[in-house]
Design a protein around this ligand. Structure first.
Ligand code: ASP
Ligand code: MG
Length: 419
């Protein structure tokens, strides 16, 4: 069994869906578990629907959702002939569920509604793609992943309940038959049948979970790039292609904010030594990047730039040392607010902590930390990380920058500067 994951860009148009069909046809000698994301920018569009709904703008929410519907109906119409009517019925069932919800008044948390609405993106895309493949002679079975992937009710960042997921998988057709299965990434469900999501870009993680549980031979993530690059080529034209990386290197890259793959993806693969291939859906015969246990030698400097950073300056009230009490309380606050610091610098009587500028969370931290620290905020910062840096590159990249501070180890350097 191999696991494939196709991201939103690979199914963003009729032609691209046909291209996905070709890739699957060429690989259909093995049993395949195929995870597909929502089409194109559907998840962003659905987020706007939730925002309007939660702001009490019901008509706006419904009309934004109408546009999402229309997109999918148009795609289905262009792709499907014999199974159009049957698929239409299925799509309409998903539409109706969302519309019912939008007609209500919000009484629960934002995150709860987010998951109930946003999950429909992957349900619609997989439904259309599965029908198209069946019509094209690529026989496959569509599965509602919410019948398999059980999560807790930590909406928008749900945790996997592994035991129940394993049991569900054993009862599902994947365990008793071979062939091609199509299902959704990014979504799951609670034991009360509420839909959940695993965090933006979470389909990679879903694919890794299935690769792990199915003891897959490999996981292939099909993207719109040739593989993993040493930097974002849109920002750094000198970025180079990397043909092999170790799991550990990718974990480090993801930790520092590289948008390669979802940070949680590696662990389930690493635990079972399942190789991860990152390949290009517009050039499927190219080798792509292979990520495995093997330590790659001679890696180029890997550059990650994170914009929209905020620095919290925390100072003890009375110039007492920053002891373990305020420190541990501070970490408690971070875990309550559910945010990860990107960089921490400690001094005798002060602490500086850098975060992604998520205003709502930062305000909460500032207020809570105010109990035992003077708090100041510095916004508009950029965090540069270079793994395997060279002195020359570091100097070049810091040239003319208003640097706030820098942290350096043998492998990695991080520089925080004013954007
Ligand atoms: N559709 C979701 C997103 O755009 C999940 C994914 O594509 O991985 O974030
Ligand atoms: Mg995606």
């Amino acid at each position: 069994m191999k696991v494939f994951k196709f991201g939103g860009a690979s199914v963003s148009s009729v032609d691209r869906i046909k291209n996905v069909g070709e890739i699957i046809r060429q690989n259909s000698d093995a049993s395949l578990m195929i995870i597909i994301s929502a089409m194109g920018k559907t998840t962003n569009a659905l987020e706007k629907v939730v925002d309007s709904f939660f702001a009490g703008k019901k008509e706006e929410a419904l009309s934004l959702f109408q546009a999402v519907k229309q997109n999918h109906l148009t795609t289905a119409k262009y792709l499907l002939i014999t199974s159009y009517n049957q698929t239409l019925e299925e799509l309409v069932n998903f539409f109706t569920e969302v519309e019912w919800l939008l007609h209500d008044k919000p009484v629960q948390d934002y995150d709860y509604y987010y998951d109930q609405v946003v999950c429909v993106g992957e349900l619609l895309s997989t439904c259309i793609v599965s029908a198209y493949l069946n019509e094209s002679g690529i026989t496959n079975q569509w599965l509602d992943v919410r019948d398999i992937l059980r999560t807790d009710d930590n909406f928008r960042d749900a945790g996997i309940c592994w035991d129940v997921t394993v049991e569900n998988l054993a009862k599902s057709p994947i365990s008793s038959s071979s062939g091609i299965f199509i299902t959704q990434g990014f979504i799951g469900s609670t034991d009360e049948n509420e839909s959940t999501t695993l965090g933006r870009e979470g389909s990679d993680y879903s694919a890794a979970i299935f690769a792990n549980l199915l003891n897959a031979q490999s996981l292939t993530i099909w993207k719109d790039v040739e593989g993993v690059m040493s930097a974002d080529p849109k920002e750094f034209p000198a970025a180079t292609f990397i043909d092999a990386l170790s799991y550990n290197e990718v974990i480090e890259m993801a930790f520092y904010g590289a948008q390669v793959i979802h940070p949680k993806t590696i662990k389930p693969l690493q635990n079972k030594k399942i190789p991860l291939l990152v390949k290009c859906f517009t050039n499927p015969s190219a080798a792509g990047t292979i990520i495995s246990l093997k330590n790659a030698k001679g890696l180029p400097p890997i550059v990650v730039v994170k914009q929209f950073q905020v620095l919290l300056h925390l100072h003890t009230h009375d110039f007492s040392f920053v002891g373990e009490k305020p420190m541990s309380r501070f970490y408690e606050i971070l875990s309550e607010v559910k945010i990860k610091p990107n960089l921490i610098q400690t001094g005798a009587v002060s602490l500086q902590v850098c975060f992604d500028d998520k205003a709502e969370k930062i305000d909460k931290i500032a207020v809570a930390a105010g109990d035992f620290f003077e708090v100041q905020l510095e916004k508009g910062l950029t965090l540069l990380t270079i793994r395997h840096y060279t002195k020359e590159l570091l100097e070049e990249m810091c040239l003319g920058k208003d640097v706030v501070f820098r942290q350096q180890s043998k492998e990695t350097v991080q520089v925080l500067y004013h954007a």
